[in-house]
Design a protein around this ligand. Structure first.
Ligand code: NGO
Length: 531
């Protein structure tokens, strides 16, 4: 929230809705991504929609108990993608699906992974060619092959998602798919501070994100209500600062081993973890843990409410920068990705000049540990370098200011991408300060045009934050995230050309039976005709 008042704030409806509906009507019937032909109706609905889907004539491919996953010799990329694919398909098919290198063309109904393909596939794209005899999945990287595997999964019947053996047949219509993402950054943020989610819950969310080719998981690890990551040089951050959450529950935190295991789990699914320690505001949990971090030397009590904007690190104390340096150093050491998110939002209790001094210095600390600073849009008011990245959420002028300083921008417009907003007035969970965001609202926007005057090359891609003031467990997370997260993943991946709610709506509906198989607690929005 921008204001320091308690939630909720007056709903503000998206202004562009009327224009978007008009556009959708003109484009109704057009196929997103352009290149599909009429026969694609027989091809299962895919989310995100690939760049090109062409039906291939001839009988379908059938996965059988003889099917093998064939990889080229000495390719770690193909091996890892093959393993992931086998792990996905074995439980429900009950087939052995061995991963082998000795391809002899023949009657095996094999799935063949090949490393290569045209340059246009890029670092994450793939080609999928399905014919009666075999499936050939081609990609230039492990990530491309992994994403292609997710598409293959969606081409199989929804029963493939089950965790126990299901009846076949496991057929896939003949098809040629060429696909690569529009944006390099397709993110989801999970706030594990307001309410803590244990590693199993986070892994579950990662699995669901991977299904939609999301490649960034931003973990909001510290806020007023709780510090969630072990820092050896400041142990009370977790033992005391992590001991509660909104509503007064027991909270929790990740040990370094648990955090590293989560990073690895995400990495295996080609998702980069971006850790966030919010500062200089949103720091009550740290200030409560160490009296000496406060300007007056007095530790405030732990906080279990939901107001924002009341806490600040002490900008003039040298100890503050020792603290930040220790935290960033330890976090950087266990984070392979290039980014550390330093928050920077809603520092309402930090005078502006102090804020600027703080952010300038913290940026230096982050780069001294070999990382790039990411921060919410407010950091664009400091003397930031073009190497740092700003995350737009509420104020277009700040996004433009960031781009003006040469920074790249992650797009998280609260009215569209904040999936902690209620769907409508009846939603039992969530907030409404940015308005209600139904499934259509969350789908109808474009990261490249949402803020006027932002050059497309400064836009890294969309990210959907899920703030957890009202969310106590993974069921709540799933209810708010799905179906909206799937739409934002598509906005990040698929070409914008031809995109429309009318075309997306039935495709989204087909995800319902998959989520049923996976026991996802998704919101069965009346906007969608679920099968
Ligand atoms: C704001 C605020 C968060 C809240 C969230 C709730 C930002 C960047 N800061 O977004 O502290 O949790 O709204 O929607």
């Amino acid at each position: 929230m921008k204001s320091s008042a308690a939630h909720p704030r007056l709903p503000r409806r998206g202004v562009a809705a009327v224009a978007v509906v008009a556009l959708a009507v003109t484009l109704a019937g057009a196929v997103p991504g352009g290149a599909a032909d009429a026969a694609t109706t027989a091809i299962p609905a895919l989310v995100p929609q690939p760049v090109s889907v062409k039906a291939a004539p001839g009988p379908p491919f059938t996965l059988t108990k003889a099917t093998r996953i064939v990889v080229p010799r000495h390719s770690a990329a193909a091996q890892s993608a093959a393993k992931a694919l086998a792990a996905l398909l074995r439980p429900s098919t009950g087939y052995p699906l061995p991963v082998v290198t000795d391809h002899k063309p023949g009657r095996h109904h094999d799935v063949r992974l090949e490393v290569g393909g045209p340059r246009e596939l890029g670092a994450e794209g793939y080609r999928l060619d399905v014919a009666a005899g075999d499936v050939v999945l081609t990609g230039r990287t492990a990530a491309g092959l992994f994403h292609g595997g997710q598409t293959l999964r969606q081409l199989l019947p929804p029963r493939v998602e089950a965790s126990t053996v299901q009846p076949g047949p496991w057929t896939i219509p003949g098809v040629h798919i060429t696909d690569h993402p529009r944006f390099a950054w397709r993110g989801a943020m999970l706030d594990v501070s307001r309410h803590f989610f244990d590693p199993g819950e986070v892994r579950r969310y990662i699995d669901l994100l991977a299904m939609y080719k999301v490649n960034v998981l931003h973990l909001h690890l510290a806020d007023d209500q709780g510090w969630r990551i072990q820092i050896d040089s400041w142990p009370r951050l977790t033992t005391y600062g992590g001991s509660t959450e909104v509503g007064g529950g027991p909270g929790g935190y990740y040990t370094k081993e648990q955090y590293k295991a989560l990073v690895k789990y995400a990495q295996d699914r080609h998702i980069m973890v971006v850790p966030e320690i919010d500062m200089p505001g949103h720091t009550n949990a740290a200030l409560a843990s160490y009296a000496e971090l406060n300007c007056d030397g007095v530790a405030p009590p732990l906080y279990t409410g939901t107001s924002v904007g009341f806490s600040s690190l002490c900008i003039d104390k040298e100890l503050t920068y020792t603290f930040v340096d220790d935290v960033v150093r330890e976090l950087a050491a266990m984070t392979p990705g290039p980014y550390i998110h330093l928050g920077g939002d809603e520092a309402h209790s930090t005078p502006h000049e102090d804020y600027v001094r703080f952010v300038d210095r913290v940026e230096g600390i982050v780069s001294s540990h070999g990382k790039r600073m990411l921060g919410w849009e407010e950091i664009s008011g400091a003397n930031v370098s073009p190497r740092s990245v700003a995350q737009f959420w509420d104020t277009p002028a700040e996004a433009r200011q960031a781009a003006g300083k040469g920074m790249q921008v992650v797009m998280s417009p609260a009215q569209k991408a904040y999936i902690d907003m209620k769907y409508d007035e009846n939603t039992p969970l969530g907030l409404s300060w940015a308005g209600y965001t139904n499934v259509q609202d969350a789908y109808e926007w474009d990261p490249a045009t949402f803020v006027s005057g932002l050059p497309e090359e400064s836009i890294l891609g969309p990210e959907a934050p899920l703030w957890s003031e009202t969310l106590e467990n993974i069921d709540h997370v799933e209810f708010m995230a799905f179906p909206r997260m799937a739409g934002i993943a598509e906005i990040g991946w698929s070409p914008a050309e031809g995109r429309s709610w009318q075309e997306y709506r039935p495709r989204l509906a087909q995800q319902g039976p998959r989520w049923d198989q996976l026991s996802v607690n998704y919101y069965r929005s009346p906007e969608v005709a679920w099968p």
